[in-house]
Design a binder for this molecule. Sequence first.
Ligand code: ARG
Length: 455
Amino acid sequence: MWGGRFAAGPAAIMEEINVSIDFDKRLAAQDLAGSRAHAQMLVAKGILSQEDGTAIARGLDQVAAEIEAGRFTFRRELEDIHLNVESRLAELIGPAAGRLHTGRSRNDQVATDFRLWVREACDHAGERLTLLQRALLAQAEAHAETIMPGFTHMQPAQPVSFAHHCLAYVEMFARDRGRFADARKRMNESPLGSAALAGTPYPIDRQMTAQALGFDRPMRNSMDAVSARDFALEYLAAASIAATHLSRLAEEIVLWAAPAYGFIKLSDAFTTGSSIMPQKRNPDAAELVRAKTGRILGSFVALSTVMKGLALAYAKDLQEDKEAVFQAADALDLALAAMAGMAADLKPQPQNMRRAAEAGYPTATDLADFIVTTLKKPFREAHHSAGAIVKLAEEKGVALADLPLSAMQTVEPGLTDKVFAVLKLESSLHARTSEGGTAPARVREQIAFWRKELA
Ligand code: ARG
């Protein structure tokens, strides 16, 4: 394809390091779409004859059919997807195939193909995130009154509902969707027609090809167009952040499913057994979701390292962009699907959540607040008294609500039996009515919002 001034073929090791067809065949559909748009434009502008245009279009359709049917032979000696398609086209339609590359270069071709691929990956990630959000919302809908300990420092802090906890992740995944959508908007400009780097003397119409490929407009600068990969970095950055959210949820699922917590049960569908310990039910899917984050973040680091210090315009370094993105996209796709499955599958265990909540004296803040409002004490003093009362309960081995009033009065003589109303987990939960709080009424507002949003 490019051997005019070469006397000998490449060394075997040259072919080995140069070849990209093994992975860039994943760009086949995008490459064909780009070629179709380019050929149509060449005909419209009178650069290519109608007959050649028709032959090319038909040939490209046949190549597409062969690839789809798995009948296409990808040849490593043809380097990449672009040359594989063009070479097969030549076999199918003869010399007219050689006119397809008029006014374009593999540099704008690959930049276009890859943008199209990443654009789709953004949409796909958005869809997968939505499915995960729906699964979490369904759990929330059933558990606005299910009390669990809310933690800080992994210490039981205050009672929250399981719904509130699930909806916190729905929020994170919404922002992740926003990041993919923003990235998509910014990347949706066409590099096609920038040719090698400087543009082309042919009277091409870049608006036309941009439109045919669903881009908002052509990129303004041909050198930027062939060398920019920040669109891929943005995808990887959004994927990395989403993966950190997935990993946090995965970690919680691992903890919650552990017998020591017992907050949830995972079904056989998302667990594995041990080959030696028959009693085990391991949360492997959650663990693997947690681990995939490494791969995804690694891809971001890999590609940003490739890009740093790269002089304009195209250099073969840029061929390394694809595997990083493919690897991250595959991992993200799997992680999102597995997490959506687990989120739908997990069965909360309200009694165990409640027991853990009670054990942690999580209404101590409510007691302090009660002392502030009824005994008109400054919060700092009330905090001290509530701490002393918790200590008494701890010594007696009872929950705060089960400590006799007389014991509490040794610390705060002014306390009356009205205090018991605030020491219950339920009253603590229902009291947190501030905007965004865990009170069931507030949580139901969140649920109503997301039900509409995710419909
Ligand atoms: N396989 C190449 C890549 O992925 C296509 C572009 C090659 N361009 C070139 N001038 N050698 O980047």
